[in-house]
Design a protein around this ligand. Structure first.
Ligand code: KIV
Length: 308
């Protein structure tokens, strides 16, 4: 497995369109992406979501045009090096979401609700979601589960916080599922996922992540709900896609899931760059004069005179 806002949600810049620049090219204006705007994309332009966990990566992804930055609880695995997402705490989720929110000028920022931050009761779910929005600067929250958590979703939504659902492979339930297995295999299993997704939609979720399921099951869910579905390992029949940033950039160490296309091999580039750095430090070719501040001429002149 892995700012700025105004009443229309359109930010302080013009709403869409383009402005000619000095070199004659057109610069596209982008609006801050909001949950209602994402919900309205059902069946329209596919939604591109990527995970992010820190400010620098968030800025890069935001500038490249992603619609949603998901601060996934996958941070437990890809940032903290744990073997599952289960130990991630709400405080850790808030810390990473804040860092990402500072780098997200346009992309919508979704904070993932960690294991046991929402399952206990609807009241606990509202409190945790509120913390992710108040302390974590999240613009919406995501939580795993279907019918079982529908009441919790409804209460969070009624508190004014948009919710993204997550069905299929729900990694926080890894022990109950018996491993990170593809879900929705066979008609009955697929129908259960459809029922979960419908329950989330009825509870007010504005979008639903579909993780690790056969493409036909994901397409069935997408057909059955009126909110966008965002797939990961769920085929092309969804309203959008999500990937873990390190997976799509070729930075993941170890197992690479089949669905995680590498759009670059940044891991290899880092390896070569750091090897070059180590060599240049050791052979004295770094730092060169161009990497040094100007020498203090007057002091070295005085030293020379003193020697004479
Ligand atoms: O935690 C995460 O990164 C996720 C995505 C893989 C959907 O939930």
């Amino acid at each position: 497995m892995y700012g700025n806002r105004n009443a229309s949600g359109g930010g302080t810049r013009p709403a869409g369109g383009s402005t000619p620049t000095a070199d004659g090219t057109a610069r596209q204006h982008r609006r801050k992406v909001t949950a209602p705007a994402l919900q309205a994309r059902k069946g329209g332009q596919p939604i591109a979501m990527v995970t992010a966990y820190d400010y620098t990566m968030a800025r890069l992804l935001d500038r490249a045009g992603v619609d949603i930055l998901l601060v996934g609880d996958s941070l437990g695995m890809v940032v903290q090096g744990r073997s599952s997402t289960i130990p991630v705490t709400l405080e850790e989720a808030c810390y990473h979401t804040r860092a990402v929110a500072r780098g997200a000028e346009y992309a919508h920022v979704v904070g993932d609700m960690p294991f046991m931050s929402f399952q206990v009761s609807a009241t606990q779910a509202v409190q945790s979601a509120g913390k992710l929005v108040k302390d974590g600067m999240a613009e919406s929250v995501k939580l795993e589960g279907g019918e079982d958590v529908a009441e919790h979703v409804s209460r969070i939504v009624r508190a004014g916080i948009p919710v993204m659902g997550h069905v299929g492979l729900t990694p926080q339930s890894v022990h109950a599922l018996g491993g990170y297995r593809v879900q929705g295999k066979g008609q009955n299993a697929a129908e259960r996922i459809v029922a979960d997704a419908i329950a989330l939609e009825q509870a007010g979720a504005y979008a639903i992540v579909l993780e690790a399921m056969p493409p036909d099951a994901a397409a069935e869910v997408t057909e059955a709900v009126s909110v966008p579905t965002i797939g990961i390992g769920a085929g092309a029949g969804c309203d959008g896609q999500v990937l873990v940033c390190y997976d799509m950039l070729g930075m993941t160490v170890g197992h690479n899931p089949k669905f995680a296309k590498h759009f670059a091999e940044v891991g290899d580039q880092i390896h070569t760059a750091v090897q070059d750095y180590v060599r240049e430090v050791r052979d004295g070719s770094f730092p060169g004069p161009e990497h040094c501040y100007r020498t203090n001429e007057s002091r070295s002149e005085k030293k020379k005179l003193a020697v004479v």
